[in-house]
Design a protein around this ligand. Structure first.
Ligand code: PMT
Length: 404
């Protein structure tokens, strides 16, 4: 259960159709124990009335920078100082542009300039606006300034188009706000994890894949979330339940997993490659179902890009942790992957049996990093994930402090 007990949240609502979801955000923040004061931009009032947000927040809603009555009570400076966090949901493209420029031409942006509290935005806009280079630049600048971006999701939009730009769900926003105040060892750190198998199409109904269930990767995402991290999980097809508070990006193929990982890389501080990525894919996927004609069929396979090695070789690479799934020579093969892929750490597990490894509830790991190693005895995957994360955090912290 997420707790925001005693936290004071300033919720800014800017003018987009997703403003109709803002009352739910207020309600869930309050359910988690937060006190919420709402500021609306003038254009937000075109989509939803201040009265609605007043009713759900229990406080008068401010819309006007120059409201003499309101300024006589809690003025905009006091209001900005009051908030332990400033959350904008929805944040329109225009709002993000003004935030980036440091404008103060309405109460919401003025408060952002005055406040020293962490700022979180939940963007919501048409998918073309979201993908426009101007918005991407604004986002990059805001992220570099420490603004936390929550979402957006992808799907059908109010304008009838389909794509990225849907405001994150209220519970995701509340989880992201809770992360701001988390006190675990990874509080506020951005962790990217891959999980599950990939599927490489042969034709529209057949694919090449493997036995990964996603259990290990999902367990790591839960453990990282518990430790206070902002976790993104890039997941191949699995039946695992989405972990609470974790952003999940679903993919099918190794190429899609590669793109999803690269999109997240710039802000990632720790990367863990738990996914069983297919090393090869059919060179050509048939557009129609391949018919059986009794003769032999040859499939030519071509290699997929190595996501883990690409992450480790990237500029400003995160602390990069790989997994090694081996049927023999566990340590020697893992050691060779650690060196060849230039990783900070690798977790080696034996696969091929039924008790540990693929699709089992338990696992056993030997964790190797340059100069040392540690055995994590057989345990349920969540318990093991917590232990592995402790080892990762220790090495990550010692790398950051400059000691080895
Ligand atoms: O999902 P479960 O059923 O819980 O099973 C867990 C697991 C056995 C899948 C997991 O513990 C595990 O071992 N994951 C790695 C599987 C694997 O692909 O190992 P590998 O030795 O082939 O690859 C080494 C590393 O390179 C892995 O971190 C892998 O994610 C990465 N890789 C591999 C190929 C590729 N094209 N890109 C990659 O990033």
């Amino acid at each position: 259960m997420i707790s925001l007990n005693g936290k004071r949240i300033l919720l800014l609502v800017s003018g987009g159709i997703a403003a109709y979801k803002s009352p739910d955000v207020v309600r869930r923040l309050r359910d988690a124990g937060a006190e919420v004061r709402v500021i609306m931009t003038p254009s937000a009032t075109e989509f939803i009335t201040p009265l609605t947000l007043q009713a759900v927040s229990g406080h008068a809603v401010r819309c006007d920078l120059f409201d003499p009555t309101a300024e006589a009570a809690m003025g905009h400076i006091e209001l900005a100082r009051w908030g332990d966090a400033v959350v904008t949901a929805p944040a329109t493209a225009d709002f993000l542009a003004r935030l980036r420029l440091g404008q103060a031409n309405d109460l919401a942006t003025a408060v952002c300039l005055v406040s020293a509290a962490p700022v979180l935005v939940a963007p919501a806009m048409n998918q073309q606006m979201w993908q426009h280079p101007a918005t991407a630049e604004n986002l990059a600048a805001l992220t570099a300034r420490g603004v936390i971006i929550c979402g957006p999701g992808s799907g059908s939009q109010a304008c009838g188009e389909v794509g990225p730009g849907r405001m994150a769900e209220a519970d995701e926003i509340v989880s992201a706000v809770a992360r701001i105040f988390a006190t675990g060892r990874l509080a506020g750190r951005r962790v990217l994890i891959t999980a599950g198998p990939t599927r490489e199409p042969i034709d529209p109904v057949r694919y090449i894949s493997n036995h990964s269930s996603g259990k290990m990767g999902y367990a790591l995402a839960i453990a990282a979330h518990e430790a206070g991290a902002l976790v993104t999980l890039v997941s191949g097809p699995t039946v695992q339940t989405k972990p609470e508070g974790v952003t999940v990006k679903s993919v099918e193929t190794a190429a899609e997993m590669y793109s999803a990982v690269m999109q997240e890389l710039e802000t990632t501080e720790i990367f863990v490659g738990t996914a069983a990525v297919a090393d090869y894919r059919p060179e050509f996927a048939s557009a129609g179902k391949i018919k059986r004609d009794g003769s032999a069929l040859e499939l030519r396979l071509v290699p997929n890009r190595d996501i883990l090695a690409a992450v480790a070789a990237s500029a400003n690479a995160p602390f990069t942790v790989g997994f090694a799934a081996e049927t023999d020579n566990l340590i020697a093969n893992a050691e060779s992957k650690l060196q060849r892929k230039k990783l900070d750490m690798i977790a080696a597990n034996l696969v091929g049996g039924h008790e540990i490894g693929f699709n089992s509830d338990d696992n056993e790991l030997t964790v190797l990093w340059p100069g040392s190693s540690k055995v994590l005895e057989r345990a349920p995957k969540l318990r093991l994930a917590r232990s592995l994360l402790e080892v990762i955090v220790e090495r990550f912290e010692s790398r950051n402090s400059g000691s080895n």
